[in-house]
Design a binder for this molecule. Structure first.
Ligand SMILES: [Zn+2]
Ligand SMILES: [Zn+2]
Length: 246
């Protein structure tokens, strides 16, 4: 099966989105789902089938990484062709990279493998397209899941409950500031950078934070914001020193 970057996994044609959900049958697993998207030829692939291989790649990489830099971890994993240009595997990727870098930076995690598996379950159940359809990007939610997992938050806890929701809100605000259209790479980088600061401020763990991020994937994204995206090599706000201009 050919793996495409931003189009139909089966035939490569562009995806079309509807404002109303319709019942569709997944062309891979045959199960029926309500969905807002299919390709121009009507192919529909469910979130689970779309992200299954990518999620396995994420867990395998994270289990074997000793990096303290969650952005580096994400960028390395994104190079794997099983990670699509856009897709709900990013809802697992952001949190898994953060859990890994957090642990490697001295953060307390009792059972690392179990933490990654919980991340995979939670992130993997967050639907694709929620950024535009629910007003809550999955890359931001993934940072909230990261904080929830490392602080052992539940719906009944007090401080950790607050921290988890605060994390999601901070990442979401940064993502919103840049405006759409969606880009799973831009949103993942933005959410992850905010989570690095959040963990230093609130969890007492300083992960490594890159000065600047250059996206290696923009050429595969026909909706890339180009010079308006802070991670595009031609970003209008970047100075020669690599720092963002005021
Ligand atoms: Zn198709
Ligand atoms: Zn399926």
């Amino acid at each position: 099966m050919k793996d495409n970057y931003e189009s139909c996994m089966l035939c490569g044609k562009p995806l079309v989105y509807f404002t109303d959900a319709r019942e569709m049958t997944c062309a891979v697993c045959g199960k029926k789902f309500m969905s807002n998207a299919c390709c121009e030829d009507g192919h529909f692939v469910c979130d689970s089938c779309h992200s299954k291989k990518g999620r396995a790649v994420i867990l395998h990489y994270c289990l074997n990484s000793d990096s303290k830099n969650p952005v580096f971890i994400m960028q390395e994993i994104m190079k794997n062709p099983m990670i699509h240009m856009h897709g709900p595997e990013h809802h697992v990727l952001v949190g898994a990279a953060l859990i890994t870098a957090f642990k490697n930076s001295g953060g307390q995690i009792d059972d690392f493998k179990n933490a990654l598996e919980i991340m995979d379950l939670r992130g993997g159940s967050y639907p694709g397209g929620s950024c535009g359809l629910w007003g809550c990007c999955g890359a931001a939610v993934s940072t909230g899941m990261f904080v929830s997992i490392v602080t052992k938050a539940t719906p009944l806890t007090t401080k950790s409950w607050g921290l988890s929701n605060l994390m999601t809100s901070r990442a979401l605000a940064k993502i919103a500031e840049l405006g759409g259209p969606r880009c799973c790479k831009r949103d993942s980088f933005t959410a992850c950078m905010e989570a690095i600061d959040f963990a230093a401020e609130n969890l007492g763990v300083q992960m490594e934070k890159p000065d600047d991020i250059i996206c290696g994937f923009f050429e595969h994204n026909k909706e890339c914001k180009g010079i308006s995206c802070p991670f595009n090599p031609n970003y209008k706000g970047r100075t020669s020193s690599g720092q963002e201009a005021e």
